[in-house]
Ligand binder design. Structure first.
Ligand code: UGA
Length: 442
């Protein structure tokens, strides 16, 4: 089937590559000429395992192509996916400018029955705004072309985006049009072969499902971080508590890992946007505000331990080794990353940082290249040389089993601040190193 996708960000590009892989003929449109030119010659703007070869295969088979020409995109198909960004406004609500401008572009060019599918995360009611915008353009054009608007939110995670997209747990379709439903079933048939994964519902419920899912996951994390902080007050070990509660199948083990806060481009933005929308409806979503507040506090946690250990006046002049910069493993994304809050607090207190991350070094250079109190180094061992203490903020796999003897001999102050609970406090302390984890009874 012919499909056009507007926006080659994370969601648009991954979805396009996966659609092309199952045989659809996909045209990707973006106004960013640098990005499109790069993609035409195989330069992938994001780090995502397997994506480069999938895009290459799509281009080679001619089922995937990239253009900045909006008209060409509209002419290519009659099914249009909108996957452009919805950055937060100053007040935290989602900015719909790009979504509505794509809707307008489609309306200006379409000449047969069209299906406009919204994949971007958009506030409840956006589908109605898209419909109104398209209708008004068609009216201006003086034509009467039938069209449907569908909400089809995306649930992929950075770092496992291809697998999530190729083997989705559910496909949410929000529409009241039987024709649109039939076309969406055809498009997604290759992904729903062994088990019916498609859930068809009304458009607003589909839009809301996306926010409810992300807010539920963020709530689990903030709840666990709150429990970790309480465990600390009560001299209990949250890691044992985590296993204890996760074994209850109603609770489950996933998304209950305490840490130094959630980051990324989704949870912070979506929790904020839903809280804000709630306010517009005159409803005080107290849980969402608490989730956000707990997370902001949690991002300050490692710095608090450092202050507790050294005394705030003794941080000046320290050199601290930092493992991990990205907001989570398997990505180079540093948006809303806990590492940023920590770095800024350390600099403010007069410390220097030696940092290493397996993928986010370029990104860190782009954001903080101007800082003389940050040195980016090529290996996890290099940052230990001449450092006083080790800080861990991202749970990359190869941080899990470090050379403890090297840590002991390199770190002048023999102390580890672990924001992801990677190690067993007792074993580390037996090696002669002080250890601070999250919620581990200190
Ligand atoms: C999230 C959702 O998981 C996806 O389903 C959704 O599609 C996506 O947002 C989106 O809306 O686009 P993502 O932001 O890529 O995906 O990352 P997650 O793997 O969900 O991690 C988010 C944050 O939570 C990370 O900072 C991670 O370190 C933190 N986290 C996660 C914890 O602190 N504890 C946990 O137990 C799990």
């Amino acid at each position: 089937m012919k499909i056009t996708i507007f926006g080659v960000g994370y969601v648009g590009l991954v979805q396009a590559a996966v659609f092309a892989d199952v045989g659809h003929d996909v045209c990707c449109v973006d106004v960013d000429a640098v990005k499109i030119e790069g993609l035409q010659v195989g330069t992938i703007p994001i780090y995502e395992s397997g994506l480069e070869s999938l895009v290459e295969a799509g281009v080679t088979s001619s089922r995937l192509h990239f253009t900045t020409d909006l008209k060409e995109g509209v002419a290519h198909a009659q099914v249009y996916f909108i996957a452009v960004g919805t950055p937060p406004d100053e007040d935290g609500s989602a900015d719909l400018r790009y979504v509505l401008s794509v809707a307008e572009t489609i309306a200006q060019g379409m000449d047969g029955e069209a299906i406009i599918v919204n994949k971007s995360t958009v506030p409840v009611g956006t589908g109605d705004k898209v419909r109104a915008r398209v209708e008004s353009v068609l009216q201006e054009r003086g034509v009467n072309i039938p069209f449907s608007v569908v909400s089809n939110p995306e649930f992929l995670k950075e770092g496992s985006a291809l697998a999530d997209c190729a083997r989705p747990e559910r496909i949410i379709i929000g529409t009241d049009s039987p024709y649109a439903e039939e076309v969406m079933r055809e498009i997604y048939a290759p992904f729903s072969r062994n088990r019916e994964k498609m859930l068809v519902m009304d458009q607003r419920s589909a839009e809301f499902t996306k926010y409810a899912a992300n807010c539920m996951l963020a709530t689990k994390i903030s709840f666990m971080n709150e429990m970790a902080n309480l465990a600390e007050c009560m001299s209990a070990d949250i890691e044992q508590v985590r296993r204890g509660i996760g074994s209850d199948s109603r609770i489950g083990y996933s998304f209950i890992y305490p840490g130094c806060g959630y980051g990324g481009s989704c949870f912070p933005k979506d929790v904020q946007a839903l809280a804000r929308s709630a306010g517009e409806y005159g409803y005080n979503a107290a849980i969402l505000s608490a989730v956000e507040e707990t997370n902001a506090r949690q991002k300050e946690k490692i710095f608090k331990y450092i202050v507790q250990h050294y005394g705030v006046e003794n941080i000046r002049g320290k050199t601290l080794a930092l493992w991990g910069l990205s907001f989570k493993p398997d990505t180079d994304d540093m948006r809303e990353a806990p590492s940023r809050v920590l770095l800024e607090a350390l600099w403010q207190a007069g410390a220097k940082v030696h940092a290493y991350d397996p993928e986010a070094m370029e990104e860190a250079q782009r954001i903080y290249g101007y800082r003389s109190d940050l040195t980016l180094m090529g290996t996890k061992e290099a940052v230990l040389q001449g450092a006083d203490a080790l800080l861990i903020v991202t749970e990359w796999k190869h941080f899990r089993v470090p050379d403890f003897e090297l840590l002991q001999s390199s770190l002048a102050d023999r102390v580890i601040f672990d924001g992801r609970n990677l190690y067993d406090p007792q074993s580390v302390e037996q090696l002669g190193l002080a250890y601070y984890g999250i919620g581990r009874g200190r």
